[in-house]
Design a protein around this ligand. Structure first.
Ligand code: AKG
Ligand code: FE2
Length: 360
């Protein structure tokens, strides 16, 4: 989601319970509150994991290597993944499996703390900071079965330490380290994405004057009515690139392609990457911003850590000049992150895509 919108005052927003609290207080599926129920259920996903093992599995070490036939083939694979799916999984990113497991572990431990401890990081006065849930975006929307913790990783001087948990003890250290390690990845990918379109490699990167990295730690509690409740409703991200560390036990993420939903399998040591709305804008529609959702399940809770890469809030992002041609006229308006955030707050509760508001 990752939309740095204008903060809303706490008392102007409706109050809802945290999903984790609701989940632990009910033991019967009939008790799931109506505001979380999609009355007609939702379209089931295909089980096929074939594309993830081949066309959507990108080897980062090849992308960053210089011109060899294997590197050229990987670049072509990246282009094809982003034009047809808008997402892929990346391997050989330099982080060990045990480190990634440590990151997931501190995230799980945070959500397992007593409510009072978690509430010390409450982001009540700020829509995109701290502990809370998405129920506060207002409107008559069906709500997400999810609680989250938003943290700013970069720029560091905006990281607002009050939202960073002091428990579990290792949380800050490990999540910071993850931020430091992940920082180079979106830049590397943006360069490769430009090269894959035969553009100068800084073409996309240079639009991000001051880069921002925001983390969203997601918790999806067990849900007694998984066929009618979504962890996160279909959306595309308000980022340039999102990098997702998925739960290593429980799947739930699904992506939409050609009106069909596909499950995203957990691949050990891989990170899921999706293009966000700003990549679709910058590439003038060549790369797709993936629509995705998270389903719930009745047996296990699930944790994920999404890191959103975007620009600072006053900087304008627009279609790259090189990609606006007579055959491909400019299809998107330029937008600042600040204005994108405002549009998101209007569109998301109505089930509309923010990206459509940017189309000519
Ligand atoms: O939990 C996931 O797998 C995806 C979360 C997501 O889409 C988001 O935080 O924007
Ligand atoms: Fe998302």
């Amino acid at each position: 989601m990752a939309e740095p919108g204008s903060p809303t005052k706490e008392d102007e927003r409706p109050k809802f319970n945290l999903v984790q609290e609701i989940a632990s207080s009910i033991n019967d599926s009939n008790q799931v509150p109506e505001r979380y129920i999609h009355k007609n259920g939702y379209q089931q996903a295909s089980d096929s994991s074939a594309p993830w093992m081949d066309q959507l599995l990108i080897d980062l070490s090849l992308l960053s290597s210089s011109s060899s036939p294997a590197a050229a083939a990987e670049l072509q694979k990246l282009r094809s993944a982003l034009t047809s799916w808008g997402c892929f999984q990346v391997i050989n990113h330099g982080m060990t499996r045990s480190f990634l497991n440590d990151v997931l572990q501190v995230c799980k431990e945070f959500f397992a703390l007593p409510l009072a401890d978690k509430q010390k990081c409450s982001g009540a006065a700020d829509l995109f900071s701290g502990y809370g849930n998405d129920a506060v975006i207002a409107g008559n929307q069906i709500l997400n079965w999810n609680d989250r913790l938003y943290l700013t990783l970069y720029p560091e001087d905006q990281s607002k330490l009050k939202y960073w948990p002091q428990k579990p003890k290792k949380f800050r250290e490990i999540v910071r380290e993850y931020g430091m390690k992940i920082k180079a990845l979106p830049e590397l990918l943006l360069k490769a994405m430009a090269r894959s379109l035969d553009l100068e490699e800084n073409c996309f990167l240079k639009q991000h004057k001051e880069q921002g990295l925001t983390a969203r730690v997601n918790l999806y509690p067990r849900c007694g009515s998984p066929d009618r409740v979504l962890g996160v409703k279909p959306h595309s991200d308000g980022s340039t690139i999102t990098i997702l560390l998925q739960d290593n036990q429980v799947e739930g993420l699904q992506v939409l392609k050609d009106d069909q939903w596909f499950k995203v399998p957990f691949i050990p040591n891989a990170l899921f990457v999706n293009a966000g709305d700003l990549t679709e804008v910058m590439s003038n529609g060549i790369f797709k911003s993936t629509v995705h959702r998270v389903v719930t399940n009745s047996s296990s809770e699930r944790v994920s850590l999404a890191v959103f890469y975007s620009s600072n809030s006053d900087n304008e992002i627009g279609p790259a000049n090189e990609l606006v041609t007579a055959d491909r006229p400019c299809s998107y308006k330029k937008v600042t992150m600040k204005n994108y955030g405002k549009l998101f707050i209007e569109c998301y509760p109505r089930g509309q895509r923010t990206l459509n508001a940017l189309k000519f």
